[in-house]
Design a protein around this ligand. Structure first.
Ligand code: AGP
Length: 364
C-alpha cells in the first residue's frame, strides 16, 4: 500500500478498510497443510527450545499490550503454555524476576516505543530469550530481539491502530499454532485452526459490509456521557481495545471491565446516558454473558452487543460471522473500530491526529 488516501477521507478509514488484504498478507506463505502447522521463518526458536519453554510473557504498550492479552490467551489455548501479558512500561519499572525458562515476547507496531524497547534491553541484559511481534521491518525492537514474527500489516499512518491490531492478533494465532503443533496440539485441531484462519479475510469483508448500520448506531451513541465496555475471557481484551479506541478518537470517556467485575463496583455507573457495549461470543460463556446483559438492563442501561446471534436483552446487536472460538477476538474487534470512527466523525473530531497523542511514543 502507498501512503495515498485511496479515496478515503481519513487514514483510519483507509486502514480499517484494508484489513481483509492485510490479514491475507500475514497468512501468505506461512501455512503448511502437510503437517497442519505454520512456518515462521524468522522465529529463531527450534523445536527443542520451543518444548523447553515453561512460560510466555508478552510485553507491549497501549493497543499492542491489548493484542498481547489476545496473544497470551491464544498461546495458552493452542500450545498449553502458561502465558500472560503486561504493559511493558510497568514491567520495566518493577525490577521483575527474569526467568530463563520463560519466553519473552515484545509486541509493537512501530518497533520504536521507548518503554517496550527498554523492557527488551533490560531482559537481554539479564540473559532472557526475547522474540518480537513487530510491524515495521528493521525497527529498533525488531533489531534488538532474538527473532520473531513480522505482522505485515503495511504502513499504518493513523495514530490509532486498526489493521495492525488485527494483524498482530493473527500473528499470535500463527505463533500459538506453531508452538502448539510442536507440543500437544493435535493434527485435527491444527487443521481446524488453519481452516478458521483461511476464512478470516472473507469474514472481515462481511463485517466491513455492515458499516452503514454501524454508522447509524454511532449516531445513536455519540451523545453518551461515558461508555462501559465489557467482555469475558476472550471478549475482555476486545472490550479493552474498543474502549481505548473510542477514547482516543471521540474523546468520550470509556471504561472496560471483565463482565464479572461489574458487580464489584462499576455497576454503580450504569444509567441511561452511560451505554454499555458487550462482547458476547457464542462460546461456553454465552449464558454468563447473557446474565450480564440482564444485570445492565435492570439498571436501565442501553446495550449494544457484538455477538454471533441476536441478543434479546440488547437494544442493538452487531452480528459477526462465526469462526473457531479461539479466533473470536480477531473478528469481534473490527465493528468496534468502525463504531469509534463514526462516533468521532459525528462529533467532528480530528480522527487521524487525536489531540495529545503521537503515533509512537519514543520518549520516556
Ligand atoms: C494505538 O491505538 C495507540 N495510539 C497506542 O496505544 C499504541 O498502540 C502504543 O503507543 C504502542 O505503540 P507501538 O505498537 O508502536 O509500540
Amino acid at each position: 500500500e502507498s501512503y495515498d488516501m485511496g479515496g478515503h477521507d481519513t487514514y483510519m478509514h483507509k486502514e480499517i478498510a484494508e484489513q481483509a488484504d492485510a490479514v491475507d498478507r500475514v497468512l501468505r506463505g506461512r501455512i503448511d497443510d502437510r503437517f497442519s502447522t505454520v512456518h515462521l521463518g524468522g522465529l529463531n526458536l527450534d523445536a527443542r527450545e520451543a518444548r523447553g519453554v515453561r512460560r510466555v510473557k508478552i510485553l507491549g504498550c497501549g493497543s499492542a499490550y491489548h493484542t498481547g492479552l489476545i496473544g497470551a490467551q491464544l498461546i495458552e489455548e493452542l500450545a498449553r503454555i502458561p502465558a500472560d501479558a503486561e504493559p511493558a512500561s510497568e514491567f520495566r519499572y518493577r525490577n521483575a524476576v527474569v526467568d530463563p525458562d520463560t519466553l519473552y515476547i515484545a509486541v509493537s507496531q512501530s518497533g520504536e516505543t521507548y518503554d517496550t524497547l527498554a523492557a527488551v534491553q533490560e531482559l537481554k541484559r539479564k540473559g532472557a530469550r526475547v522474540l518480537g511481534v513487530v510491524n515495521v521491518v528493521g525497527s529498533a525492537i525488531a533489531r534488538e530481539t532474538d527473532g520473531g514474527v513480522y505482522v505485515h500489516a503495511g504502513p499504518e499512518v493513523c495514530v490509532v491502530s486498526t489493521k495492525c491490531f488485527t494483524n498482530t492478533a493473527v500473528a499470535f494465532a500463527l505463533l500459538g499454532l506453531h508452538l502448539g503443533r510442536i507440543r500437544d496440539l493435535s493434527v485435527a485441531d491444527g487443521k481446524r485452526i488453519i481452516a478458521g484462519l483461511r476464512k478470516l479475510p472473507a469474514q472481515i469483508a462481511e463485517v466491513l459490509a455492515e458499516e452503514p448500520a454501524i454508522e447509524k448506531l454511532a449516531a445513536d451513541y455519540a451523545d453518551a456521557k461515558s461508555m462501559m465496555f465489557v467482555g469475558r475471557v476472550r471478549g475482555y481484551p476486545v472490550a479493552l481495545e474498543a474502549s481505548l479506541k473510542l477514547k482516543e478518537v471521540s474523546y468520550i470517556h470509556a471504561e472496560a471491565y471483565p463482565a464479572s467485575e461489574l458487580k464489584h463496583g462499576p455497576l454503580a455507573l450504569i444509567e441511561p446516558d452511560v451505554p454499555s457495549v458487550a462482547i458476547v461470543p457464542d462460546d461456553d460463556l454465552l449464558e454468563k454473558n447473557r446474565a450480564t446483559l440482564e444485570e445492565i438492563k435492570a439498571r436501565s442501561g442501553r446495550i449494544l452487543a457484538v455477538a454471533h446471534q441476536e441478543q434479546e436483552k440488547a437494544d442493538h446487536t452487531i452480528i459477526v460471522p462465526k469462526n473457531e472460538v479461539e479466533l473470536d477476538p480477531i473478528l469481534m474487534g473490527i465493528p468496534l473500530q468502525l463504531l469509534a470512527y463514526h462516533t468521532a466523525l459525528a462529533l467532528g473530531r480530528d480522527i487521524d491526529k487525536p489531540r495529545n497523542l503521537a503515533k509512537s511514543v519514543t520518549v520516556e
